[in-house]
Design a protein around this ligand. Structure first.
Ligand code: CMC
Length: 430
């Protein structure tokens, strides 16, 4: 494999180093290109740019491979719990039993919010999207839990901050839902595991504990595992970029949540349900919706289909699809949207338009359906994605801060605006 590349500009050749990853991926190191040639690379939307070397997550979009710290996501989804997978990401290896117990106890200990944090929720109109509340309150946590030292420079502070974030984001998420429906907040319980505790805080009432369904709890574990990391996606890159300015970890994660709220990133699972609802309202006409989504440059897309990285079946979608069909069989006939989803998936996969462009269902197509089947309201779907992605964000923040050189992220641009123009005073402007 080459360890140098040659670039020719205006007849002059420049040698550029090549970096190699452990799975055979290679990148041409252009970090000194500008100082050597005055040229920069141009890559809008960073489709072909490696922004870092990372040891957290491996994806092969052509083969449909996703691994966390080397372990295939299929094995984790089948055998692991979310907090075990989170530990793997956050601390670099699978925990021993004692380590997992320590982590679990820390999550329980830190699940409650500082009493004053509750007041934040009343400052938002009840119509506020829960992602907005989540990102704002997570940012505010830095005021309540200032880190005694920089978590990137002290392992113990990193551990405690990671635990606080993991524990409190789940509670904030549930509280934002309770606020949106005008119900009192339900405190976390010490005897419940991570996902069960979340369902309890979402659905219990002050004098009526919610009966936690084991299938729903398992579904949440799987969904969170599938979302736990996805290397340099939009929200993770945002966390890294914001953190590179030495913004505190809470502010960096809050920025990631905001990025994730976009409808073509983490908001897609909500979009999928809204699309199904639209089709249902229009009499269930799948063909007409599909035809519109297949018009070139149409603003209408088939939500939950396509992916920047996967040009084959999204491996996460494969796992959740199986689970989704199991849940659908359990709920058969109970929800017309779920029936529409099944037909839509089948029809789209036969269309030449989708086949030619390698557009397959992504994780969000099925995750929305599973979440709906277990009773999670649609506007909470992106929040569920955020809870799942949290360990990935925290881990990337730490890795970015420990990388050498730890420079502030700062892309360049090709300026295409007006050339030098003189200021014209307002009284003589036309
Ligand atoms: N429906 C219809 N056409 C599509 C779709 C879709 N969902 N996705 C891509 N295309 C077409 C697109 O119009 C373009 O066609 P043409 O070559 O004729 O111009 C071609 O496929 C390539 O699309 P692109 O926009 O260049 O692809 P991208 O890599 O920039 O975008 C994407 C990836 C995920 C933003 C896009 O596929 C999309 O908008 N999908 C729907 C939203 C969605 O499901 N997002 C969740 C992604 S999974 C969660 C995550 O990891 O963030």
């Amino acid at each position: 494999m080459a360890d140098k590349a040659e670039l020719k500009i205006d007849g002059k050749a420049y040698e550029l180093p090549v970096v190699h990853g452990t799975e055979g991926d290679s990148g041409i190191d252009v970090s000194e290109l500008r100082s050597k040639t005055s040229y920069i690379t141009y890559d809008p939307a960073f489709g072909n740019t490696g922004s870092c070397q990372s040891a957290i997550c491996y994806i092969d979009g052509e083969k449909g491979i996703l691994r966390y710290r080397g372990i295939p996501v299929e094995q984790l989804a089948e055998n692991s719990r979310f907090i075990e997978t989170a530990y793997l990401l956050l601390f670099g290896q699978l925990p021993t039993e004692a380590e997992l117990n320590w982590f679990s106890a820390g999550l329980t200990e830190n699940a409650a919010l500082h009493d004053d944090v509750r007041h934040f929720f009343y400052g938002f109109p009840s119509t506020t999207h829960p992602m907005v509340i989540l990102s704002s309150v997570v940012c505010a946590l830095s005021g309540f839990h200032p880190t005694p030292k920089d978590p990137a420079e002290d392992d113990e502070v990193y551990k405690q901050t990671a635990i606080k974030l993991m524990a409190k984001v789940r509670t904030i998420a549930a509280y934002s839902y309770k606020r949106s429906i005008g119900q009192p907040f339900i405190y976390p319980r010490r005897d419940l595991k991570y996902c069960a505790n979340f369902l309890h805080m979402m659905f219990s009432l002050p004098y009526e504990d919610f009966n936690i369904d084991v299938d729903a709890e398992r579904a949440l574990n799987i969904l969170f595992i599938l979302h736990a990391d996805h290397e340099q996606n939009c929200s993770t890159s945002t966390v890294r970029l914001v953190g590179s300015a030495r913004a505190n970890i809470y502010a960096s994660i809050a920025a990631g949540i905001s990025a994730l709220s976009g409808p073509i990133h983490g908001g897609a699972n909500q979009d999928v349900m809204e699309m199904l609802e639209e089709i249902h309202q229009a009499g269930g006409n799948i063909d007409s919706y599909l035809s519109e989504a297949m018009i070139p440059n149409s603003s209408k897309r088939l939500s939950g289909f396509g992916h920047r990285i996967y040009k084959t079946y999204d491996p996460r979608a494969k796992i959740i699809k199986e689970y989704c069909h199991k849940i659908l069989r359990k709920h058969k006939g109970t929800d017309p949207l779920l029936e529409i989803a099944m037909k839509l998936e089948e029809r789209a996969l036969r269309e030449e338009y989708f086949i030619k462009r390698n557009l397959y269902p992504n994780v969000d197509f099925y995750s929305g359906i599973v979440l709906k089947a277990i009773g999670i309201p649609t506007n909470m779907f992106p929040v569920m994605f955020a809870i799942g992605r949290l360990p990935g964000w925290i881990t990337h923040w730490k890795e970015m801060r420990e990388s050498k050189p730890a420079k502030i992220g700062r892309p360049r641009q090709i300026y295409v605006g007006p050339e030098r123009t003189d200021y014209v005073p307002i009284d003589i402007r036309k």
